[in-house]
Design a protein around this ligand. Structure first.
Ligand code: B12
Ligand code: SF4
Ligand code: SF4
Length: 242
């Protein structure tokens, strides 16, 4: 069996133990800013790892990170899992929250699977809608060439990404743009001050307890909407920083 297929199996098994999901892979090219691997060579493949819906939530909640009272429990949980896997596979783990400057996770995501820009700025996926995010990426030795042996269909560049319908252009009424009580989403931008002001005003209970109303208004991937407890965790983290 090809080395890449073995890596994919190892990764899928290891990630499933944490409720995490392999989100495709892509091949580094000139212009990608990536660190060298521990043996000094350049990475041959980058795997994206993330969450879909709230599947990971019970695993994270059961971990020591969730209840240790220290800051940024989800980021620390992600770092522990990502760095352990990278060490086992001779690679380097890269995190979306390390920065600025930040790694371009959304652009990387588009090279790995069928995500696209949405009117919400977040990447939207045909099956998961807006209900997905990235926890880390693994830069590893090897190549994407033989990765087609598995269920993942990697692509080598954004231009080669699978052709899918423009989900937002074909969305009737674009309800996400109507749902925010303070119009924080304009369709071209996210007005952070408007959102944060609302959340801190005492009027933002619906967002704080159940998650962003604009995000919840999106009909795509509705079955993957975050549970209220999971959504409230993110809202609390977001509001505490802004
Ligand atoms: C800084 C940051 C923010 C800032 C500012 C965002 C900004 N637009 O500048 C603030 C605090 C506002 C923010 C808020 C949120 N964020 Co944020 N954020 C980031 C972070 C850490 C860095 C972004 C960055 O500067 N990247 C560097 C650039 C070079 O990378 P990039 O891939 O090219 O990304 C840019 C472009 O894709 C561009 N972009 C996105 N869509 C479009 C569409 C068009 C047409 C164009 C031209 C450009 C464009 O915007 C991106 C940021 O500038 C990323 C993680 C990461 N490392 O990317 C998360 C990230 C983008 N955020 C994420 C999330 C989920 C949120 C929140 C929903 C938080 C929450 N409570 O859960 C909110 C929602 C606000 C919103 N609509 O964006 C997710 C998005 C997942 C997804 N499905 O796409 C990310 C990827 C983190 C993750 N762990 O998965 N975020
Ligand atoms: S509600 Fe419609 S326009 Fe808004 S993000 Fe979802 S699909 Fe796109
Ligand atoms: S969390 Fe609430 S205030 Fe902020 S953008 Fe979403 S709907 Fe608007």
């Amino acid at each position: 069996m090809a080395i890449q297929a073995i890596t994919q199996q190892v990764l899928e098994t290891a990630l499933a133990a944490h409720g995490l999901r392999l989100r495709g892979c892509w091949q580094p090219q000139d212009g990608d800013t990536l660190p060298a691997l521990p043996d000094g060579s350049q990475p041959g493949v980058v795997w994206m790892v993330g969450v879909v819906g709230s599947a990971f939530w019970p695993y994270f909640k059961a971990s020591a990170f969730y209840s240790d009272g220290l800051p940024d429990p989800l980021d620390r949980w992600s770092r522990a899992i990502g760095e352990d896997l990278a060490a086992r596979l001779g690679g380097v783990a890269l995190f979306p929250f390390d920065g600025p400057p930040y790694h371009p996770f959304q652009r990387w995501a588009d090279r790995a699977e069928a995500t696209q820009a949405s009117r919400m700025m977040l990447r939207i996926h045909p099956a998961h809608g807006l209900w997905h995010a990235y926890r880390f990426a693994l830069a590893l030795p090897g190549s994407v060439a033989s990765a087609n042996n598995g269920s993942i269909t990697p692509v080598q560049s954004a231009s080669a990404a699978p052709c899918v319908t423009n989900l937002c252009a074909s969305c009737s009424g674009q309800p996400c743009l109507q749902a925010c009580p303070v119009q924080a989403y304009t369709g071209e931008a996210f007005v952070l001050q408007a959102c944060a002001g609302h959340l801190h005003s005492g009027q933002g209970e619906a967002c704080m307890q159940g998650g962003c109303l604009a995000r919840r208004a999106c009909p795509v991937g509705a079955g993957q909407r975050y549970t209220p407890e999971h959504a409230a965790f993110h809202m609390q983290a977001f509001a505490s920083r802004h």
